[in-house]
Design a binder for this molecule. Structure first.
Ligand SMILES: NC(=O)c1ccc[n+]([C@@H]2O[C@H](COP(=O)([O-])OP(=O)(O)OC[C@H]3O[C@@H](n4cnc5c(N)ncnc54)[C@H](O)[C@@H]3O)[C@@H](O)[C@H]2O)c1
Length: 276
């Protein structure tokens, strides 16, 4: 570490300044992210929920039920962990208000209107939309390799057939998927995110890093996997790579991957870090 780096690190350690974070959505990922941030006494959270929370709230967490109230509370950063609809209807307004947003529901960006609204809002508010790595990783590698102008990326989502019960039944493939892997979809990342809005955030995250035109997405029901698995295969002028993420469910909430909330909290923490 350079002398400059060491100074920056010690300043961070000594930084007792309060960090006020807004959170849209208090479900599986939002709650887990809140727990992680609140473990550091410098953090306080204002959480936007659809209806008033009828439960004992953790210390340093306040709940509101309108975007107006969330913005009026004056958070430094907002985390969106709600839904693609919530992203489209609220994230541009947060960005226009000059607040950086760390967003989980990246699949919302499959809509060109939403993408345009985000870019216009960032320009108006001099703010940034932060795309966390979420359920995957290696986005820095993808963005760097894409600069060579010559890469091809395949992102494959592999889940146990039980995760695709309705889709397999509808396609008449339920029996086959018990014996061997079945490809449910192959195509572009925006189309995948449009068809599977709750499941294909990772595909769009990969495509936004590598380039939409250079990324193919596959959705596979695979009886040999027991956990949600993501694979990223890259071939390019700078070399080849294969990344595989076998995600464990959150210990507190099996509905969400543990890594998603960790990624949201880590993206928030990095915004305050002098070493970017
Ligand atoms: N980027 C990734 O890799 C990744 C990984 C997992 C999940 N996600 C996305 O993160 C989001 C949250 O996931 P989750 O597992 O926590 O879902 P969840 O259903 O457990 O929680 C979402 C919460 O947001 C609330 N909500 C929805 N719309 C709202 C609105 N307009 N205002 C206030 N609250 C609202 C819901 O009531 C719910 O409590 C989803 O969009 C999901 O697709 C992204």
């Amino acid at each position: 570490m350079t002398a400059e780096g060491a100074t920056a690190a010690s300043e961070t350690a000594a930084d007792g300044a309060e960090r006020h974070i807004g959170l849209i959505g208090y479900g599986a990922a939002g709650r887990a992210c809140a727990v992680l941030l609140l473990a550091d006494a410098r953090y306080r959270l204002t959480v936007l929920t659809r209806s008033p929370l009828e439960e004992d709230l953790p210390e340093r967490l306040t709940a509101v039920t309108s975007l107006e109230a969330l913005l009026a509370a004056g958070p430094q950063i907002i985390v969106e962990a709600a839904s693609a609809e919530a992203f489209s209807s609220m994230v541009p307004e947060c960005l226009r208000a000059g607040i950086d947003v760390v967003a989980a529901s990246i699949g919302a960006l499959q809509s060109p209107e939403t993408g345009d609204a985000v870019v216009a809002a960032c320009r108006e508010g001099h703010s940034h939309l932060v795309l966390p790595s979420g359920a995957v990783g290696g986005l820095d590698y993808l963005a760097a390799a894409a600069l060579s102008g010559d890469i091809a990326v395949t992102y494959t989502s592999r889940k146990p057939p039980a995760a695709w019960t309705a889709e397999l039944a509808e396609a008449g493939l339920a029996e086959e998927a018990r014996a061997r892997e079945v490809t449910l979809f192959e195509g572009s990342a925006p189309e995948a995110a449009r068809l599977y809005p709750r499941n294909l955030n990772a595909g769009l995250t990969v495509a936004l890093a590598a380039g939409i035109e250079r990324t193919r997405v596959r959705v596979v029901a695979d009886p040999s996997v027991t956990t949600n698995t993501h694979e990223i295969a890259v071939t390019g002028a700078a070399g080849d790579a294969f990344l595989r993420f076998a995600n464990k469910p959150s210990p507190d909430n099996p509905k969400t991957s543990m890594i998603t909330a960790l990624s949201l909290a880590s993206a928030v923490q990095r915004r305050f870090d002098p070493m970017q």
